[in-house]
Design a protein around this ligand. Structure first.
Ligand SMILES: NC(=O)c1ccc[n+]([C@@H]2O[C@H](COP(=O)([O-])OP(=O)(O)OC[C@H]3O[C@@H](n4cnc5c(N)ncnc54)[C@H](O)[C@@H]3O)[C@@H](O)[C@H]2O)c1
Length: 248
């Protein structure tokens, strides 16, 4: 490892943090000394994450939160035991179907989680951000497909493109208050979300990536650590592609 981050005295919230990319990101910030609140709606995933992160008992906080539900987010924000420096809006779902087969419910569920959820969380946490720092960070997890579309994902791509628009606008609105707001666009990362795909599809996907492999969760957590660091304080309103060169 070439870079060693220190986030001691930082408060971090990671949505969808009990599994996959969110879990790895939460763990990375814990390893760097931060206090991290892991928000997730899956009690099973939270239980597993609690076990896996038991060495960080003093720093890790867990809350069962549905990002789609405003009251649930409100409650979690009110109960947060520390001030926030960094928010990682990561919770997301897919409900893939060709447009011909996609139902209104498939469309709505994905927009509600991936885009409206991000609104609820960011809105409710605004007053929990620390007021004595000009190094506040909001990092929104978008997707490579937001940049070029993908068969069977009109709902998902619409939501993730929305995340980019939300990010760029919020970056303009919040900069003078000491925030940077950026999006990360992961390529194909090996998590439960991608594991649902047949092995031959995964192989074909890996073959399309210029660096010749699928991504790992730590490829994304490393990008989040960097964007959250003081060294990234002049990076604002961007889409940080972490995709092995898929979009280049
Ligand atoms: N895996 C990939 O290849 C990939 C690529 C691009 C973007 N992304 C994005 O990265 C993020 C994380 O993806 P992942 O692959 O780790 O997914 P994952 O399914 O492994 O984890 C997502 C987590 O979010 C939680 N979650 C889902 N809906 C929620 C809700 N309403 N409220 C609270 N928690 C909720 C789940 O319980 C789960 O723990 C998502 O936003 C996804 O769209 C993933």
């Amino acid at each position: 490892m070439n870079i060693k981050y220190s986030f001691e005295n930082y408060g971090v919230v990671v949505t969808g943090g009990a599994q996959g990319i969110g879990f790895e990101t939460a763990r990375s910030f814990l390893q760097a000394g931060a206090k991290v609140s892991i928000w997730d709606y899956s009690t099973d995933a939270i239980k597993t994450a609690q076990k896996e992160l038991s060495q960080f008992k003093a720093q890790a906080h867990f809350a069962q939160v549905h990002v789609t539900k405003s009251e649930s987010v409100q409650q979690a924000s009110a109960n947060l035991p520390f001030g926030v420096d960094v928010l990682i809006n990561n919770a997301g779902i897919t409900r893939d179907k060709s447009f011909a087969k996609m139902t209104e419910e498939d469309f709505k569920q994905v927009i509600d989680t991936n885009l409206t959820g991000l609104f609820h969380v960011t809105k409710n946490l605004m007053e929990k951000f620390k007021t004595d720092t000009f190094q506040k960070r909001i990092i929104n997890i978008s997707s490579v497909v937001a940049l070029y579309g993908n068969f069977g994902q009109t709902n998902y791509v619409a939501s993730k493109s929305g995340v980019i628009g939300f990010t760029k606008t919020l970056a303009r609105e919040l900069s003078k208050k000491g925030f940077t707001v950026n999006a990360v666009a992961p390529g194909f990362i090996q998590t439960a979300m991608v594991a649902k795909m047949p092995p031959e599809v995964l192989q074909a996907m890996a073959a399309k990536v210029p660096v010749g492999r699928l991504g790992e969760t730590n490829d994304i957590s490393n990008a989040c650590l960097f964007l959250a660091s003081q060294e990234a304080s002049y990076i604002n309103g961007i889409v940080f592609s972490v995709d092995g060169g898929l979009v280049c």
